[in-house]
Design a protein around this ligand. Structure first.
Ligand SMILES: [Zn+2]
Length: 77
């Protein structure tokens, strides 16, 4: 029983990435983010963009959705 996944080269990144949200050095547990908060923020962005892109519906119906009536990120601005 030899596990090949124990190779440290696959676990340790070549260089530390910066958090795309706040720019701080990312931690391995939250890669590529620095914290659970930033990871959550990025996830929220992806979800928002996912909702923004219409797939089968006419884009005209969701045109007035830019005022921010969602309460997903309260008081972020
Ligand atoms: Zn961050």
């Amino acid at each position: 029983m030899a596990k090949k996944f124990k190779d440290p080269a696959e676990v340790v990144p070549l260089k530390i990435r910066k958090c795309p949200i706040c720019g701080k050095p990312a931690k391995r547990v939250y890669q590529p983010f620095c914290s659970d908060h930033c990871a959550d923020v990025d996830l929220g962005r992806w979800l928002n963009e996912g909702y923004r892109i219409p797939t089968n519906e006419a884009p005209g119906e969701l045109a007035d959705d830019d005022t921010g009536d969602e309460d997903g990120v309260p008081g972020k601005r």
